[in-house]
Design a protein around this ligand. Structure first.
Ligand SMILES: N[C@@H](CCC(=O)N[C@@H](CS)C(=O)NCC(=O)O)C(=O)O
Length: 220
């Protein structure tokens, strides 16, 4: 069975999960793979303790264990899962469409999950009086001034690259964060419908802030 090492914690307003760990969880769910979660203590990640660095040389989550393999980085892990467990395929067959899907995945990862989303998400893990409200506002402004206008131009169908694919996976984490944050997206009708569509997928249940830790995986 695959083990996913990630950060997840329950709060009165919902279960908060690592955005990158959630990317991998979504793919495990979409593939119908059996897996278990090992919660890594946030303090051990922030302090880069040797036990974390031994599995992830950058001292981050997620990483997975699959048999003898230990593998880190959500994008690399998701590509591995798609190669090792091909059904259902999560990338288009055509090389050009495949490359386009990967480029959009990179946009979600680098442009959103590494830039604007942490400004909004990390404060939710702290008490309200300790949250950097200005940083949160900067994160929301980044989404509404840069990311969502671009996505509006990319969303012609239900998903970013044909059927649901790895390109959509980072945006599952965006859907999760905004469900807790409540940032309005009404000015972007395609994005708003897209985020609702992502939330209606069965795999979303495993990262839904309304799903408690105890029963988050539909595959266990
Ligand atoms: N590129 C990595 C990024 C991983 C990442 O930044 N994870 C966050 C949690 S969502 C983390 O561990 N942050 C702790 C740190 O950067 O010190 C991936 O896609 O897995």
């Amino acid at each position: 069975m695959i083990t996913l090492y990630t950060m997840e914690r329950e709060y009165p307003y919902g279960t908060l999960r690592s955005t990158n760990g959630s990317k991998t969880k979504v793919v495990l769910e979409e593939k119908g793979l059996a897996y278990r979660i090992e919660c890594v203590r946030p303090g051990d990640v922030w302090k880069k303790v040797p036990e974390v660095l031994a599995r992830h040389p950058l001292g981050k989550v997620p990483w997975i264990e699959d048999g003898d393999l230990t593998l880190y980085d959500s994008t690399v892990i998701n590509e591995y899962l798609n190669d090792a467990y091909p059904q259902p395929p999560l990338l288009p067959e055509d090389p050009v469409e495949r490359a386009r899907a990967r480029a959009l995945e990179n946009y979600g990862d680098e442009g959103v999950l590494m830039r604007y989303l942490p400004l909004i998400w990390m404060p939710w893990w702290s008490p309200q009086d300790k949250r950097d409200q200005e940083g949160m506002a900067r994160g929301r402004t980044g989404l509404s001034s840069e990311i969502f206008p671009f996505l509006e131009t990319q969303l012609d169908g239900d998903y970013l690259a044909g059927d649901f694919s790895l390109a959509d996976v980072p945006f599952m984490a965006v859907a999760m964060v905004l469900q807790v944050d409540g940032m309005p997206v009404d000015d972007f009708p395609k994005v708003s419908a897209y985020l609702d569509r992502l939330r209606s997928r069965t795999s979303y249940r495993a990262i839904d802030p309304a799903t408690p830790l105890a029963d988050a995986s539909s595959n266990r």
